[in-house]
Design a protein around this ligand. Structure first.
Ligand code: NAD
Length: 478
């Protein structure tokens, strides 16, 4: 018996949750339920995060959370409950299976069966942003080795458990050699632990184009947060089944399962909504807690019901559907099909009582780290890099000198192009002479001397070698 937390949410939430729970209970799910209130009422009662403290206690105690969609009231500084839950509970993996149900649900891609595994905690979504000059703002893209290892391992373990043949990685590491480079490198390392699963890497732009055009070429796709955010919606949409897709948010301790659609307030209380998206979330939950036999039974009964043409209004089509039903009647039809398998759609088989075997991250031996230079970022509203170099060079140290200036990453000194457009945000790179290492004291001196000369330093970045290898980007054109 597993104790889970359930939130019925807003709009169509309560109806689709009742339908979902009725189906999984009828299939023999061994669950006990604690219900909590989240969403609109909680927001409007003055709690800007949409959830009360006591509810957090229940979620944290039970660790498994099945959540119906909620309505986020417009305006008023209300924070997204999904983002808060994901961050507080460390739900690092977002899993979204996108399968087409041709010919029963309309789709341009009849044989699509892709699972998007999206890193959920870091990348540009760490939300660390600063305005630095009049003209330039910055968002920090943070990618960590534990973050990469956890998500990539999850993707391979998922592929292994569900009998999938291939894991593909999407990054843009031809441009972001450090951040996306690390993600790709970790992917290559971990792929070696799974020789039975094919692996490949695509640059995200052409990979995304290929996925949108020929999704049948992919199986499991793992990617950093931002790309995953965009492409998981694209994948669900082109499968033709946005209203039918579920999603899992998995952490080391807790996990949350839901439908990908919202609370559809206009359809609320009319016994019209399709409970399939939330049911898909519940099936992922049953698999996650090891009740794979129940998950399998529910999924096959659901596929059979779709195949029987018993459809809610959103997927009902004269040509392919047989009967238009309401939420409750759809649930009854799935229950009546428990124990049956689809004939035309592919029936699922899940490994019995299995849960993923996810190794804990263990920290590597620290590399030898050497400080080899420093970038001072300057707010300066002039336009000529030669002029800026003339201002800066008098403050350099006898053996730590200005080696390069870039503007938005493009080298503009020495030997820049006058055609290069420059903003008021300049990076001045200082390197020690004669291959001596830089010291923190050198940086302090540089800061002191630039400040005395009224040069507006807005931030510094240290340049390191890790185990003798340069771990920073060169200037474009350097
Ligand atoms: P929505 O997903 O609620 O609705 C989009 C369209 O799809 C509507 O026409 C709706 O009737 C239809 N639809 C959605 N789910 C359906 C279902 N199960 N059965 C039949 N038809 C369905 O998106 P929206 O209208 O942009 O947002 C409504 C509210 O939901 C907003 O307050 C939004 O903030 C919230 N929302 C919540 C979540 C969540 O809790 N995870 C996700 C997205 C949106």
């Amino acid at each position: 018996m597993t104790r889970i937390t359930v939130a019925k949410g807003d709009g169509i939430g309560p109806e689709i949750m009742d339908a979902t729970l009725a189906i999984i209970k009828a299939a023999g799910a061994k669950i006990e339920i604690d219900e909590i209130e989240v969403g609109e009422k909680v927001y409007l009662a003055g709690n800007t995060s949409g959830i009360a403290k006591e509810s957090w206690d229940i979620i944290r105690r039970n660790k498994i959370f099945l959540k119906a969609p909620i309505t986020t009231p417009q305006g008023g500084g209300y924070k997204s409950l999904n983002v808060t839950t994901r961050k507080f509970l460390g739900l690092y993996a977002n899993i979204r299976p996108c399968i087409s149900l041709h010919p029963f649900v309309k789709t341009k891609h009849p044989v699509m069966d892709v699972v998007i595994v999206r890193e959920n905690e870091e990348d540009l979504y760490a939300g660390i942003e600063h305005q630095q000059t009049d003209e330039v703002v910055q968002c920090l893209k943070l990618i960590s080795r534990p973050g990469c290892e956890k998500i990539v391992r999850y993707a391979f373990e998922y592929a292994k458990q569900y009998g999938r043949k291939k894991v593909t990685c999407f990054t843009k590491d031809n441009i972001m050699k450090q951040t996306d480079g690390l993600f790709h490198q970790v992917f290559d390392e971990i792929a070696k632990e799974y020789p039975e699963i094919e692996n490949e890497h695509w640059i995200i732009d052409i990979g995304a184009a290929k996925m949108a055009d020929t999704p049948e070429a992919f199986d499991v796709i793992v990617m950093p947060n931002l790309y995953g955010d965009v492409l998981s919606d694209v994948a669900a949409q082109i499968a033709g089944s946005v209203g039918l897709a579920g999603s899992a948010n998995i952490g080391e301790q807790c996990a949350m399962f839901e439908a990908i659609h919202g609370s559809a307030p206009r359809r609320a209380g009319q016994n019209m909504a399709n409970p399939s998206g939330l049911l898909q979330g519940a099936i992922m939950m049953l698999n996650h807690i090891g009740q794979t036999d129940v998950a399998e039974k529910v999924q096959n009964a659901w596929l059979k019901t779709i195949e029987d043409g018993i459809h809610t209004y959103d997927i009902y089509k004269e040509e392919t559907s047989k009967k238009k039903v309401g939420t409750k009647e759809f649930a009854d039809a799935v229950i009546a099909n428990l124990g049956k398998k689809p004939m035309q759609l592919k029936a699922v088989t899940y490994a019995k009582n299995a849960t993923l075997n996810l190794k804990k991250y263990s920290r590597k031996t620290p590399a030898q780290k050497e400080l080899v230079g420093v970038d001072l970022f300057v707010h300066w509203s002039g336009t000529s890099a030669d002029e800026l170099a003339a201002l800066i060079r008098p403050v350099q140290l006898p053996d730590v000198t200005l080696s390069m200036i870039t503007n938005r990453g493009i080298k503009v000194w020495p030997e820049g192009f006058e055609e290069t457009f420059c903003t008021d945000h300049w990076r001045c790179r200082f390197k020690p002479k004669d291959s001596r290492l830089l010291t923190k004291k050198d940086i302090i001196q540089l800061l002191q001397r630039t400040t005395d000369a009224n040069i507006d330093i807005i931030k510094t970045e240290n340049l390191y070698h890790f185990d003798g290898k340069a771990a920073y980007s060169l200037g474009q054109g350097q």
